[in-house]
Design a protein around this ligand. Structure first.
Ligand code: GLA
Length: 381
């Protein structure tokens, strides 16, 4: 929905005009999966799809939350009273409410907000971070609270960790707030330093096709936390602050007795190198060579980190057979999307091959989205 139409819907819902509309994008992580909470590197870019929030101040401390995707539901929380029963992670309103509670400490006041999303939920494209970041920008600007974007990303992450109960890393919120049109964001998740890396697949005759595998994120919550704990345990055994610090992979593997921890370390260490190599390839203008990196990442996520799912493996394999240069699962795992790098001339063939492979297995039709690096979060009205 365009910002004016969302503004009109706000008027309808709250019987007054919004003071503005803010929009934050979902992200596609090109490479660097499960590296963020290991103090490592990630390389996401912003999608054109995202979440928009129309908002107006209230004179009190209440945050009124409505969503066009949940018509008829209105949730009101008091920013001065943190409710304890949101931690199920199930309720969409916990995301904006959590952001409100975290930002209350920075001086934001009450507001009425209306949410609209054109990003599928549960597709591994960070609809949650987009919702958090659009809400955060709206609340800050309405109250005249200025917070640098890298810091705002940390606050949005804190909202998700503390009020939704998801132990996510810093990647998704950083991507939504810091990405620039036409660029991928190389983020060092330890220092918080980032660099914009020009990325234009179409100039190289290539397309990044996102395949929403339509598989639900079953297990994603508990398994995500388990992977994170395994990585922390491996770092403890190896005597380093985080797996980012492992320099000698062979030595580390030799020092770990537990075969599961060895696999996790193998993934994280090699994935960090793949991010750096990918940045090198992009800077050299060798975009087609990314394919091999994507596929290597997928194999590592499937076999070492063990978080892939059948629909993702089949999508990558079918796409490769039909001429994709490479591809991988994206996001936390166990459901969501796959990204494949495809020569323009092969896009139809690849999509048909993936759809046919799904139909042959009796799976739901995959949904294809073409992904180009878009602009990060901003005010749109
Ligand atoms: C989810 C989390 C991120 C990151 C990815 C895996 O998207 O929110 O912080 O850990 O999984 O790379």
């Amino acid at each position: 929905m365009n910002p004016e139409a969302l503004g009109a819907a706000f008027h309808e819902a709250y019987r007054r005009a919004p003071e503005g509309v803010w929009r934050a994008p979902g992200r596609l992580n090109l490479i660097g999966e499960h590296t963020d909470y290991n103090d490592g590197f990630v390389l996401p870019f912003a999608l054109a799809q995202g979440v928009a929030v129309a908002a107006a101040r209230r004179a009190d401390s209440l945050l009124e939350i409505r969503s066009l995707q949940a018509a008829g539901t209105a949730v009101t929380v008091d920013l001065d009273v943190v409710a304890g029963d949101w931690a199920s992670g199930e309720h969409w309103a916990a995301y904006p409410a959590g952001v409100g509670w975290v930002l209350r400490e920075r001086g934001v006041g009450g507001a009425s907000i209306l949410i609209d999303a054109d990003l599928p939920r549960g597709a591994g494209l960070s609809s949650s971070a987009a919702l958090e970041c659009a809400t955060a920008l709206a609340l800050c600007e309405l109250s005249g609270v200025e917070i640098p974007r890298a810091e705002l990303a940390v606050l949005a992450q804190r909202a998700e960790n503390e009020h939704v109960g998801v132990p996510c890393g810093i990647m998704d919120q950083s991507a939504s707030l810091l990405c620039k049109d036409g660029h991928a964001l190389m983020l060092d998740c330890r220092s918080g330093l980032s660099a914009q890396v020009p990325f234009d697949p179409s100039a190289a005759g290539l397309r990044l096709v996102v395949v929403d595998t339509r598989a639900e994120h079953v297990l994603s919550g508990s398994e995500y936390g388990r992977r994170r704990a395994e990585c922390e345990e491996a770092a403890r055994v190896l005597g380093v602050d985080a797996l980012r610090d492992v320099k000698d992979l062979a030595g580390a593997l030799g020092a770990l007795g537990d075969p599961v921890l060895r696999r996790r370390v193998q993934h994280v260490v090699t994935e960090n190198h793949r991010v750096e190599a990918t940045v090198g390839l992009l800077r050299a203008g060798a975009v087609a060579e990314l394919g091999a990196m994507l596929t290597a990442s997928h194999i590592s996520l499937r076999d070492q980190f063990q978080i892939s799912w059948p629909e993702a493996d089949v999508a990558v394999e079918a796409a490769m057979r039909a001429g994709a240069r490479g591809g991988r699962m994206v996001g936390g795992g166990f459901g969501g999307s796959v990204v494949v790098l495809v020569p323009e001339a092969r896009v139809d063939g690849v999509q048909t091959a993936v759809a046919t492979a799904y139909a042959d297995r009796g799976w739901a039709d995959p949904v294809f989205i073409s992904a180009e690096p878009a602009e990060g979060a901003r005010r749109v009205l």
